[in-house]
Design a protein around this ligand. Structure first.
Ligand code: NAD
Length: 280
């Protein structure tokens, strides 16, 4: 079985981006800038943002984190986004989710200029992605896609089973795999006989949030299995895939941690560089 090393792949993507950023700097005398807005003091969000900032600096991006307390008014955030939209030194804007309940997520996402939407959540980018046009692609599915392509460059005609239909993961993943001519089945919480769907997959992408849901005998021999899940359990962080069992069946499998997670951050940097290149 191939253990898909997300840490290694992410490091190599960051290395490529570092080189590209230094070439862009030499050519244009400026570098891409990423601004992250962090609201509140949720520990996981703070950790994610710290990692994003660290990685952005490592590849040579201008990186800024703007922090607000939980009590911040929605209008303050919207005004800040409008200001960043006009700022030429900012190539990408990311508002770390989840937001406090009194702030409307849809309004916030729609306030970000689609050209600076490094998360790929703006409806214009969602529409462009599903129409097959150029767009920012959400970072986690983009990372999954790059990992799958590393193992299997030609996905023509492959059967892909996506477990989970969220806007963040399952839906954009569908578009990426359709573009590669996969036959895509999207499963979710109301799917009947999930096992019977999974066993047909040459590729399985699990983004559910249920620890070790995908069992060994749900996976066809030689399938590529990508585990997006991050679940805190008594035995530590585990994915949505039963790693021990599935590793006996699959051709390739991502570990948790060390699989999709590092690629998500590297893809955020990639999206920032892409936004910068389109702006010059
Ligand atoms: P979500 O809650 O928005 O969506 C979960 C999806 O799973 C839904 O579409 C739901 O219908 C489906 N589902 C629920 N129960 C099911 C069942 N029994 N069978 C089949 N489908 C079922 O979650 P999300 O934001 O897409 O995140 C999913 C997981 O991925 C979480 O564990 C999250 O922490 C993790 N995640 C990881 C990264 C990363 O970088 N590795 C990024 C984002 C999310």
């Amino acid at each position: 079985m191939i253990l898909i090393d997300g840490k290694k792949e992410a490091a190599s993507l960051r290395e490529e981006l570092k080189k590209e950023v230094s070439e862009l700097k030499a050519k244009y005398n400026k570098v891409p800038g990423l601004t992250v807005i962090l609201i509140g003091d949720l520990t996981p969000s703070q950790i994610y943002v710290r990692n994003k900032e660290k990685s952005a600096k490592e590849v040579g991006l201008n990186s800024e984190v703007i922090k607000y307390p939980d009590s911040v008014e929605e209008i303050t955030i919207l005004n800040k986004i409008h200001e960043l939209n006009q700022d030429d030194t900012v190539s990408g804007i990311l508002v770390q989710l989840p937001l406090p309940k009194h702030i409307n997520k849809k309004k916030v996402i729609e306030a970000i200029l689609p050209q600076k939407d490094v998360d790929g959540f703006h409806p214009v980018n969602v529409g462009n992605l599903s129409s097959g046009y150029d767009s920012s692609v959400p970072c986690t599915p983009l990372g999954c896609y790059l990992l799958i392509k590393k193992i299997e460059p030609n996905l023509n005609g492959k059967k892909a089973v996506l477990v989970g239909r969220s806007n963040l993961n399952g839906k954009p993943m569908t578009q990426l795999l359709l573009k590669e001519n996969c036959t895509v089945t999207i499963t979710h919480s109301k799917t009947k006989d999930l096992k019977n769907e999974c066993v047909k997959g040459d590729i399985i992408v699990a983004a559910v949030g249920i620890p070790e849901l995908i069992k060994g005998d749900w996976v066809k021999k030689d399938a590529i299995v990508i585990d997006v899940g991050i679940n805190k359990t008594e035995k530590g962080i585990v994915g949505d895939v039963d790693f021990r069992e599935v590793s006996k069946h699959a051709k390739a499998l991502t570990p948790v941690p060390g699989g999709v997670g590092p690629m998500t951050i590297a893809c955020l940097l990639k999206n920032t560089v892409e936004c910068f290149k389109k702006s010059i």
